[in-house]
Design a binder for this molecule. Structure first.
Ligand code: ADE
Length: 239
């Protein structure tokens, strides 16, 4: 999977993505992250990329041409028109299902805005997907792009080891993850739940599922609608 990030702050992307699992996946050749500096495509005297909005109003807008040329450099390099994600609070709110869908692509372009936004005309011309990472406003699209790249990368074959692989994790089946414990058996007078020490695999699995259901009911009841619960399980949480 190749990510191409169009940004005014390429170091933020390079520094932010080069550690831990994503860093390992890049070193192993499973992922490539290219940060394209939009300013390199501003061919005026001071490499200016922003200007005042027509009609007035607060702040500056990123101009269409440098954004377009930065995009075009990616299109020329890969030889086809990729999906282009514009990070904006006005977009569709990102979720696990969208991460899976984006992970099918060979290349993905992220367009990171700054200031008060980007000239609408270049958005119309290149953007295929408008995505928000939640209902709050950030100063730029770089952090949202990194959030998306992180979660999309986890779906790319080879990025996670078998052990890390996310089959039982939160959201894989619309239930939150069950609590986990490691050594020692007693810490601050708190004991590990005895069933986990029993060696009885079926009981452990049953306990974990029950915990997942309780947690979801308590913290994210909105997720239960999508969860695949038996009648007995529904009755248990209604009590
Ligand atoms: N840019 C600024 N805020 C954002 C958000 N919540 N999601 C995506 N892009 C953004």
């Amino acid at each position: 999977m190749n990510f191409h990030v169009l940004t005014l702050f390429p170091d933020m992307i390079r520094d932010g993505m080069n550690t831990s699992i994503i860093g390992r996946a890049m070193a192993g050749g499973f992922l490539d992250i290219e940060a394209v500096n939009i300013r390199d495509y501003a061919f005026n005297k001071h490499q200016k990329v922003d200007d005042y909005p027509y009609g007035g109003g607060a702040g500056m807008l990123m101009q269409a041409e440098p954004v377009y040329l930065a995009y075009e450099s990616v299109e020329k390099k890969i030889g086809y028109q990729p999906r282009v994600i514009y990070l904006t609070p006005q977009g569709k709110v990102f979720n696990q299902e969208m991460a899976k869908d984006f992970a099918e692509e060979k290349d993905l372009v992220f367009l990171c805005g700054h200031y008060e936004g980007i000239d609408e005309r270049v958005l119309e011309e290149i953007v295929t997907d408008y995505v928000s990472i939640g209902d709050y406003v950030l100063t730029g699209g770089e952090l949202p792009a990194m959030v998306m790249m992180d979660s999309i990368s986890r779906m790319v074959p080879g990025v996670l080891t078998n052990q890390e692989s996310g089959e039982t994790e939160s959201f894989s089946g619309s239930l939150l993850e069950y609590p986990q414990y490691s050594r020692p058996e007693i810490w601050h007078e708190k004991k590990v739940p005895p069933v986990l020490l029993s060696g009885h695999h079926a009981n452990v699995e049953a306990w974990r599922r029950e915990q997942s259901i309780y947690r979801t009911a308590r913290w994210r009841p909105d997720l239960l609608k999508k969860a695949d619960l038996s009648n007995k399980e529904w009755n248990q949480i209604r009590q």
